[in-house]
Design a protein around this ligand. Structure first.
Ligand code: SF4
Ligand code: FES
Length: 219
């Protein structure tokens, strides 16, 4: 996973931005246009607003490219009460929650509150999205088969949402979560599910084994 983190500070807050994880031109630029302005240098100027407003907008960055650290307080971003997995049309899978991503040997690859997982199979920054779906012309709607999530009872709310990466194969989600797809709606569940990350499944966002047929490779 690539990382290129730049920092921008006032005496109250340090804003960090990971260039490799930034794919989305909506939340920050539209939320605080006088602070986040790609036409200016530096493009983030945190001194132009209050710390509270900055925190509010940073926590809406869906990829986790933006984070902050407070200089005069121990207060830090908290995961939401319930983990939320959102299917983006023709794009990644956004996860907001207590996310812990591990490899097949159980090593922690990333721990975060916000991530964008590649689901077109083309990212050069797997397992995260790097916007390659646009160039690849990836097409996928936001529907999902609700019945597949209803085969196990809901165990509660929130807590760790474990994401396990299988080599050349899907990622496995384990924990309590809401699955959100604009077209199908929201389903609250605790079902262990494999999500497609090769882009080829006929039962998206879930894996149907197509990764083997198409020889998907995920380093
Ligand atoms: S909200 Fe996050 S991902 Fe979107 S443009 Fe801003 S920093 Fe990049
Ligand atoms: S990862 Fe795409 S079908 Fe399994």
């Amino acid at each position: 996973m690539k990382k290129k983190v730049l920092s921008y500070s006032t005496d109250e807050i340090e804003v960090s931005w990971d260039k490799e994880r930034c794919i989305h031109a909506e939340e920050c630029v539209h939320g605080l246009p006088n602070v986040f302005d790609p036409k200016k240098k530096p493009w983030i100027q945190p001194e132009h607003t209050s710390t509270d407003d900055l925190i509010e907008v940073i926590e809406r960055c869906p990829t986790g490219a933006l984070h902050y650290e407070l200089m005069k307080s121990d207060k830090a971003e908290q995961p939401p009460e319930q983990n939320v997995i959102t299917i983006e049309k023709d794009g990644p899978i956004y996860i907001h929650g207590e996310v812990v991503i591990r490899d097949m040997d159980e090593n922690i690859v990333l721990q975060d509150t916000r991530v964008a997982m590649c689901r077109c199979g083309k990212s050069k920054n797997k397992p995260l999205c790097d916007n390659s779906h646009i160039e690849a012309g990836f097409k996928a709607d936001t529907t999902y088969n609700v019945e597949r999530l209803r085969t196990e009872p809901v165990n509660g709310k929130g807590g760790e949402l474990s994401i396990k990466l299988f080599d050349n194969a899907p990622f496995l989600v384990q924990g309590n979560y809401d699955l959100v797809g604009e077209e199908t709606g929201t389903e609250t569940c605790s079902k262990k599910m494999s999500f497609c990350r090769c882009g080829g499944s006929q039962t998206k966002p879930f894996c149907d084994g197509t990764h083997k047929k198409i020889g998907f490779v995920s380093e």
